[in-house]
Write a protein of this length. Structure first.
Length: 269
């Protein structure tokens, strides 16, 4: 059974506000593969576990029709409430029960979501709905993250990492798939032509507020907050203060470079 972690309206709203879209390097990795396999131009792309639609918007620029799916009604409502291109639509459904006919999907994607799925059932659905010659792109950003700002990047990253490591103590055991760079997900993909790229580095434009908000949106933080609301809130407040002091600024809107490493599993049926 899939693991449901982003159900509440409050969490979904934070997720929509602070989660970032796929970076340029990840986008290019996916598009280059699809071009190589002649999977684009294409009619239908389906983004599974789309959350509030950050990755779905990217797909809308490259496909005639894009459908984002998620098991969380709150996440889908956030996606629907966000302005998007007219060729994008959303629906609520489990990743393991996609409401598409057999061999009807040209490209199936999942951005930072597949580790929550029932892998065996999801892969069976991918095999069913993707047409012959169609492709999948299943990616996640990893816990390898760093911050850069003028000459204090090392100290700034240290402040971020100490907070992030504390939050990760509350991680669900499914984080193991991310920590292994989606090795199990790559092995489970039933397509004969596949590869796994583990060294995609992206610079995400952020502010101090955005970095702290990203940590707040993470499922381990939400678990931490349920267990100890005071300590969880205090941790983020103290980390934000420490970051601002390290940078020598007072505004939460100060831009920083947020660097992440993605991994991506690509396959062609």
């Amino acid at each position: 059974m899939a693991t449901q972690m982003f159900e509440g309206r409050g969490h979904a709203a934070v997720y929509q506000k602070y989660r970032f879209a796929p970076g340029k390097e990840l986008q290019q990795t996916i598009l280059s593969y699809l071009q190589e396999k002649k999977a684009i131009p294409a009619e239908l792309a389906v983004d599974v576990g789309c959350g509030s639609g950050q990755g779905t918007h990217f797909l809308g620029e490259h496909f005639k029709k894009v459908v984002g799916t998620d098991i969380s009604e709150a996440q889908i409502q956030e996606a629907k409430d966000t302005p998007c291109m007219p060729n994008i639509s959303y629906l609520v459904c489990p990743a393991e029960e996609l409401p598409f006919p057999a061999a009807s999907v040209d490209v199936l994607t999942s951005f930072t979501a597949a580790h929550w799925f029932d892998l065996e059932r999801f892969m069976r659905e991918a095999e069913r709905v993707v047409r012959p010659g169609g492709c999948v792109a299943i990616s996640t950003y990893t816990v390898d993250m760093s911050l850069r700002y003028r000459d204090c990047s090392q100290q700034l990253t240290k402040a971020f990492r100490e907070c992030w490591d504390r939050i990760l103590e509350y991680s669900h055991n499914r984080l193991k798939y991310v920590l292994s760079d989606y090795k199990e997900i790559f092995e489970a993909l039933p397509f004969p032509d596949k590869k796994r790229v583990t060294d995609i580095y992206d610079q995400i434009p952020m502010t101090v507020e955005g970095v702290v908000g990203y940590m707040e949106s993470a499922s381990p933080y939400q678990t931490f907050k349920k267990n100890d609301p005071k300590a969880a809130t205090s941790l983020l407040q103290e980390t934000e203060k420490r970051m601002l002091e390290t940078m020598g600024v007072s505004s939460r809107e100060t831009p920083v470079e947020f660097w992440v490493r993605h991994v991506c599993v690509l396959g062609c049926k």
